[in-house]
Structure formats: C-alpha cells, structure tokens
Design a protein around this ligand. Structure first.
Ligand SMILES: [Zn+2]
Length: 325
C-alpha cells in the first residue's frame, strides 16, 4: 500500500496533511451598489443582485458574520461626465458609500475600493485617450485623486484597475501626501479575457458595453507570460502591496509564478463573472453539483498560491466551508 492510499483512508488524516486550507478568511465579496436605488437581480449574473445605499449594510453584516474579512465595492453612479470628475465632487456617490459603510461597520469589515475612470466617464473608458494614445500620466494623476477621495471617506484599500503605466506610483504618492500612508494598494493585473463580459454588462447596465473603447489594449496577451510578469514587476516596483491576478482559472500558472518570484507579496485572485457564470451554467445544464464545483475551483486557486480570492460566490462558499449549507 502506498502512503497516499493509507492517508486517504481517513478523513482526519486527509485534513491533517493539507499544506493549505481554504477558509472564509480567504474570501473577498465584490458588491454592486447603485445610486439610482434600483434593486434587482443582475441579469448577466444570475443569483447576484444590485444593492442601494440604504440596504447595502445588511449584506455587509452577513459578510462579517460569515467571517469574510473584506468586500470590494463597485459603485454605479447615476450621472457620469466627460472627464470623470464627478468622482471628486464633495457628495460623490462612492464617498457616500464609504462613509456609510465605515460608520456602520467600523473595523469589522475591510473596505476595498475599485479605482478606475470607467466608473465615472461618459465614454466608459478606463483611461484618458488622445487620438487613441493612452495618456498615462494624466490618467494616473486622476486615479491618485480618486484614491484619496475614497480613502478620506473610509476605504481601507484601493484597487487601481486601469492598468496604465504609473498608476500605482501616482496613487501611492497621492495617498502619502494626504496622510493616507496606511492605505494599501491592491493592483489588478489582468490578461485579455472574454470572461469579463457579464461584469461589464452588470456595471454599464447595457448589452453593448464600453462604447467605442477597446479596453483589451490595457490587458496582457493571454499566451504571453513574460508580458504579464513585466506588468507585475512594474506595479510592485511602483509600490503595490498586493497583486490581483484576474481572471483566476485561466491564470493559475500566473498565480504560481508571481508567488514563486515574490514570496512576500500577498496575491489575490479574482474569480471573475464569466467563471461565476460557468459554474452556474454547468450545474444547470450538465448536472454538475454547483457546491462541489465551486469548492473545487476555489481550492485550485488557493493551491496555485492565492492568499485571497475575490468571488461573487463568497457568501455561499463561506456557508459551505462552515457547514451552514
Ligand atoms: Zn475601468
């Protein structure tokens, strides 16, 4: 008999020899909060819903009870403008969100803020462009201002999503200058992927997202691991505290590679909307057990080296892991 066969005889032994464990403490729940207060299911992400400023505290309390340490906030503003400067208004929607959540939940829940221009610009572009050329410095400077506004309102961590050069450097400098040197930067590094589509539909509230903007030009070529690592190297050199690998399932090798190269940098993996939909659809059409598939995918992401996982399944996963479902 081999060692594996002996160990697999006992559930207790299997648990004891595990080099890592998936728990609710690994999870981050991304939530969508709408300024127009419309509460409904998210069409492109069945099972997920929009929250309003009035009712988002309830779900946050549930998240805290389930020992999920953090949420990622996606605010959907009612009125965008050309340059996205609505983000900096005194009563900006995101400012209201962070003030409210910090007041209600205090230190019980870590608030992560998605920082990108597309949340505020009419064109839904993540960056400023001039004749198709990305204006890196101008974009990064604006992202720094947005990060400060969110930090001031109560965000604990900021997550720059535009993937433009210099964004982490500018945000770090802006936060430090304004006295928010304790606010961490969790930077997204994304590969090109069609798995983002259900998310775009969810945040743009439209079937044809990102009018006139090819956001794929900011992401790395899916088959080129060197390009991905160059982006990781850049963001870490600019001061990123945590790296988010996105999507997760198609980038398990990237998670592993970043972990090997930067063992002291925490890694987050984002199980994106398309991965969420794949699990839903497989359970619906192929009779695969949804809970089993969920835990299997999250376990593989954890095993690859992720220290934390952003997933729309966070609440369900925590219940399963705690034996509540
Ligand atoms: Zn964006």
């Amino acid at each position: 008999m081999t060692a594996t066969t002996r160990i697999k005889r006992s559930k207790q032994m299997i648990r004891m020899v595990r080099p890592c464990e998936l728990t609710s403490s690994d999870l981050i729940y991304p939530i969508f909060i709408r300024e127009d207060k419309k509460k409904c299911e998210i069409q492109s992400m069945k099972g997920q819903r929009y929250y309003s400023l009035d009712d988002c505290v309830d779900v946050c309390n549930e998240v805290v009870e389930l020992e999920i340490p953090a949420i990622m906030v996606f605010g959907i503003v009612k009125r965008k403008n050309d340059d996205g400067s609505v983000a900096l208004q005194k009563n900006a929607f995101h400012v209201k969100i962070f003030k409210k959540l910090k007041k209600e939940l205090g230190e019980d829940l870590l608030l992560v803020s998605n920082v990108c221009l597309c949340d505020y610009t009419l064109s839904e572009s993540c960056v400023y462009l001039e004749k198709d050329k990305v204006l890196n410095e101008k974009t990064a400077e604006m992202l720094g201002k947005i990060a400060v506004a969110h930090a001031e309102a109560g965000a604990d961590v900021v997550a720059p999503a535009a993937m433009c050069d210099g964004q982490v450097r500018h945000i770090r400098a802006a936060l430090d200058r304004e006295g928010f040197d304790d606010v961490a930067i969790m930077t997204y590094v994304k590969t090109d992927s069609c798995l983002f589509r259900p998310f775009f539909e969810a945040v743009t509230l439209a079937k044809t997202p990102r009018r006139g903007v090819d956001s794929s030009k900011f992401r790395t070529d899916i088959i080129n691991e060197k390009m991905f690592m160059q982006k990781v190297n850049l963001d870490i050199s600019e001061g990123a505290d945590i790296v988010i690998v996105k999507p997760a399932l198609t980038n398990l090798d990237h998670i592993f590679r970043v972990k090997q190269k930067y063992p002291t940098i925490p890694i987050a993996a984002y199980q994106v909307s398309g991965e969420y939909a794949m699990i839903k659809l497989l359970s619906e059409y192929a009779h695969v057990n949804e809970k089993d598939l969920l835990i299997e995918t999250l376990s593989s992401i954890k095993r690859a080296g992720a220290d934390m996982i952003l997933t729309y399944y966070a609440v369900e996963a925590a219940k399963i892991l705690q034996g509540k479902e």
